[in-house]
Design a protein around this ligand. Sequence first.
Ligand code: EPZ
Length: 530
Amino acid sequence: MSIYQSPFPPGAAGVSLTACMERWPDETEHPFFGRKPGLTNTLAKRCVIPTDRALPINQVLSATYPFRPYNISAPQIGRDLMSLAVAHGLPAYDTHMDKFVIRGGNPLLGTIRVSGAKNAALPAMAAALLTDEPVILENIPQVRDIETTRKLLAAMGAEVELGYGRAQHRTTISCRNLTSPEASYELVKTMRASTLVLGPLVARCGRARVSLPGGCAIGGRPIDLHIKGLELLGATITQDHGYVEATAKRLHGGEILFDKITVTGTEDLLMAATLADGETVMLNCAREPEVADLADLLNKMGARIEGAGTSTIRVKGVDKLHGARHRIIPDRIEAATFIIAGALTGGDLNVAGCDPHHLGALLEKLNEVGVKTARTADSVRVMGDNPPKAADMVTEEYPGFPTDVQAQYMALATQAEGTSIITENIFENRFMHAQELVRMGANIKIEGRRAVVRGKTPLSAAAVLASDLRASASLVLAALVADGETIIDRVYHIDRGYEHIEEKLRGVGAQIRRIGEILPKKAAAPAARG
Ligand code: EPZ
């Protein structure tokens, strides 16, 4: 089995191969595909491409030469050529096999830039379902969940253009003709946030059929509060064959008191209430910055929302919403991951393009463990020259310490002097990374929702397995300080929520590379008998 270095970052855009070929410099020989004349056929016959990633060919091309986006979506191209390649017994490339190889020991130095927030971009894309006019979103991260959401909306009849080249962080979504208000199990099972379409669809189309997400690595994660809220707004809900069916001639205003603080629950019902007849008052809402960012977009679309970002939100329903342009907030979880990486590696790292106001709980905790930080309006500098001290941490809803940073904090606690007790209050099964860290030499005991981390213990490189998005981030951080070369498998988890993480970290001195595996050549069909 040969190891092959993947040349292209994750991401997706609609690009037509032919249009690309038009602009391909005649004399240029592509490293994989040879010269232009007949190149399209060459691509069709002899290509090495990743699966289900929208733009393998164009990614390779664009990774080598800047092209502007065009019309025909690349996924179809990718899939056709992938099956063609496999059918021809030619080597093909499967990103699900990607691994990271990380050599630890380098302090991170310099400036690393934060992308737009995945957890703000997903509800914003769902919000486009509420209007028949185009919604333009900027600062969209190029991560796998965005591609999944594009597929989800396109399956309903929406036109979703993911920008490319200079416009690669812009998305234009038009939901003029929604032909089928349905979110299939195939898509929902790969990304639970797909349930965010439930409220907007029933509000706009009067009907929605959405697959129930099922369990997930970090917990049961039911959507009962979404359903209860929609019923309070007058929707009729039935459940069968693993799907929720919601119908309503028109939703009406009402009072929703959330039994438990839920981020996407608040976002889903906030979107539904914008087109309801009358006023809706939502109590015990999530106060995450992503909720406030969604309300900001909805108000630009003509909604009448007050109080987003607090635990009480008021929505005066309107008859119709219009298009808008909106810039997504920076990703505070990505920023937190890099800040902890700087502290852990004893580096001097400037995390730029973030909003320090969204990072209060983390910066307070770092101050407590003795890590120096300095902030400006849109950056945080972390100076990891003092070895961290141990400190207990409890995850809470915003503005408390985010559960999405718990795994990364655990990696830091393994290198802190003393014992840190980490309590996970939000999800019932979010310590999957602990055993992988123990494989690297950490001293961690799990007692129900508490993890007792005794530090400082030197970490040594090992082959480890990522189980979910944030768990894989904590393994990357641990590998940055481990002795030797760590191999992290299943990094497709990390591609779901981190844009080009290996390139960003390499840019500040990390020794990290992505490797993929060439799928074995299909065994030649046995000679026909007789
Ligand atoms: C959002 O998930 C985030 N995802 C998660 O980030 C994040 O971990 C979580 O909020 C908490 O901050 C997105 O924004 C797309 P919840 P969400 O509903 O909305 C229970 C990442 O790594 N609950 O706030 O699904 C639930 O089981 C992801 O980027 C119900 O019981 O989380 C959990 O225990 C992972 N019934 C608690 O509430 C419901 O109907 C909080 O979950 C809804 C939730």
